[in-house]
Design a protein around this ligand. Structure first.
Ligand SMILES: [Zn+2]
Length: 286
């Protein structure tokens, strides 16, 4: 089984046209030029239904299931629409309250989301809200992740290219060190292998059984660096805690991310299948 563990809601406007518009901002950037060349070779379909288009590309990439990560509370409901459209494919995660607000009972909101509404994990975006991951707002979420035995994906490392906000100031995974052992049953996923804090991320995964690493975004942003990181992680922690994720902003990009694994010689087929889905299946109790 192949599972994309890191996918956001695609917006209908995130088509090739938008990528072309990106050429104004990213002209001359290696990742962008490489992606443009690769996208030319990917066949798509004409449809105004973005969910249909996304599923077309997941099927082309042989991806069976997709974890949908909302980036704010508003997207929690949108995620459910995607799940209703294709419940056999999409797995909904929940973005919990991430602002201090006395009028909200965060614990109760989180309980309802998991028990009554069926979300299967959490996505934490604190680092985009000028808060470090050891902020007190994280604790009710960790308690729930531990109680309900569901994964908690924490945005760590760099934001999307062109983000002119000081996310890196807050997104070093080192802050997870403060609480990882207090919540041993909360399965914590560090996104993008924490890049550029990758050594810290791998060290944390070596230290704590409940810390996992996702490789989302790295396959198309830095393929040669990803090779180095996978070899290094494999040397230290093996591959059983490494999770594949795409994290593209258009459905076509999911194919580029998966295609990375087509011709690599530094992992066995068994290791590749673990990264591409078997590890995630265990984490999600599938
Ligand atoms: Zn993401």
């Amino acid at each position: 089984m192949r599972i994309d563990f890191h996918c956001h809601l695609f917006q209908p406007m995130n088509t090739r046209k938008m990528l072309e518009a990106g050429s104004i901002i990213f002209k001359g950037y290696g990742f962008y030029e490489r992606m443009e060349r690769k996208l030319e070779k990917i066949k798509s379909i004409e449809t105004s239904n973005i969910m249909e288009k996304a599923i077309f590309h997941f099927k082309s990439a042989n991806i069976d299931k997709v974890v949908l990560l909302p980036v704010n509370m508003k997207e929690n409901q949108e995620v459910k629409k995607w799940v209703e459209y294709a419940p056999e494919i999409f797995i909904p995660f929940y973005n919990p309250p991430e602002k201090a607000d006395d009028t909200i009972d965060a614990k109760e909101e989180i309980r309802k989301a998991i028990v009554e509404e069926g979300y299967k994990g959490f996505k934490i975006m604190l680092t985009f809200r000028k808060k470090r991951l050891n902020d007190q707002l994280i604790y009710p979420v960790l308690e729930a992740a531990q109680k309900f035995k569901i994964p908690i994906v924490m945005h760590c490392g760099y934001p999307p290219p062109g983000t002119r906000r000081n996310v890196l100031t807050y997104s070093n995974p080192i802050y997870i060190d403060e609480f990882a052992s207090s919540f041993p049953k909360a399965k914590i996923v560090i996104t993008h292998m924490g890049y550029p804090f990758t050594d810290i991320a791998i060290a944390l995964a070596a230290q704590y059984p409940n810390i996992y690493l996702d490789i989302s975004n790295l396959a198309y942003m830095m393929p040669s660096r990803l090779k180095d990181l996978l070899i290094r992680a494999n040397e230290i922690i093996g591959v059983h805690k490494i999770l594949y994720g795409s994290d593209g902003n258009s459905p076509e990009m999911t194919e580029i991310a998966v295609n990375y694994f087509d011709n690599i010689d530094f992992l066995t087929n068994e290791e590749i299948e673990k990264i591409l889905g078997l590890n995630a299946a265990k984490l999600l109790n599938l």
